[in-house]
Design a protein around this ligand. Structure first.
Ligand code: 6PG
Length: 249
């Protein structure tokens, strides 16, 4: 199932995303005793993580039952300004009662292949053989990448590994990323997209032809899960059918 919701601005998008996180966490903990989530990097989710740390949201989550992973990481140490882990730690993880052993960061300071192998093992230990996250949060880059699945990279078509380390030529950097194998096994995959700079790409992704080598975001199609797009009005403006209308939660 593929659902699209648009909100008037970035602030209401962040509130909707925080509410969505709390709702899914509550349901997963009630059903299975834990909530396993992958956070996205980039700048868009910063506002959502900041809200989640506030009492109105944080107090509704049983944090000791939450396991936090990441969709991708930059190959930098955990205190580096580019670290996705650092962003989540500063905005959210330092402010909530989550046990340190429930925070499963990608070790960006290690040689990339070693970081990927260690992360795969940590995922298997928590998720088991099924590899089913309760929620994976993702963003979309202006070039149509998601996590660190960039246009034209082999990782888009990975068939077995849950994690790969690869050198991204266009950025001249190494990245470690979840692959579609584990992304598409999730119960919920939710994209957060904000800003006019993403509007044209979002239209192509949702309403254009299926060409995941060009627009890797399109490879995300949960096999037995729910795909949800949360966008602000500026990003949603060109999206067809679903209209320009702002649909509230
Ligand atoms: C990363 C990401 C990446 C991100 C998009 C959108 O580490 O860079 O996880 O996939 O989500 O590039 O980033 P913005 O939210 O900054 O636009």
């Amino acid at each position: 199932m593929n659902e699209f919701r648009a909100y008037p601005d970035a602030a209401s998008l962040a509130r909707a995303a925080a509410e969505h996180f709390v709702t899914l966490a509550t349901a997963a903990i009630a059903a299975r005793g834990q909530f396993v989530v992958a956070l996205s990097g980039g700048s868009t989710p910063r506002a959502t993580y900041t809200l989640l740390a506030r009492d109105e949201f944080a107090a509704r989550v049983d944090w000791p039952r939450v396991h936090v992973f990441w969709g991708d990481e930059r190959c930098v140490p955990p205190d580096h300004p580019e670290s996705n882990y650092r962003m989540a730690r500063e905005t959210l993880l330092d402010k909530i009662p989550i046990p340190a052993e429930n925070v499963h960061r990608i070790r960006g300071e290690l040689p990339p292949d070693q970081a990927a192998t260690a992360y795969q093992a940590e995922l298997e230990a928590v998720l088991g053989a099924g590899g089913r996250f309760d929620l994976i949060l993702l963003g979309m880059g202006e070039d149509g990448h998601t996590a660190s699945l960039f246009p034209g990279t082999a990782a888009i078509h990975e068939q077995t590994r849950w994690v790969v380390a690869h050198y991204v030529d266009k950025l001249s950097v190494w990245r470690v990323t979840l692959t579609p194998v584990v992304i598409n096994a999730a119960a919920h995959v939710t994209f957060l997209v904000s800003g006019a700079g993403k509007a044209e790409r979002l239209r192509e992704v949702l309403d254009g032809p299926h060409q995941p080598d060009v627009l890797p975001v399109q490879i995300v199609r949960p096999t037995d899960g729910r795909l949800l797009w949360l966008a602000d009005a500026a990003a949603a403006v060109h999206v067809r059918q679903r209209g320009h209308g702002v649909q509230e939660d």
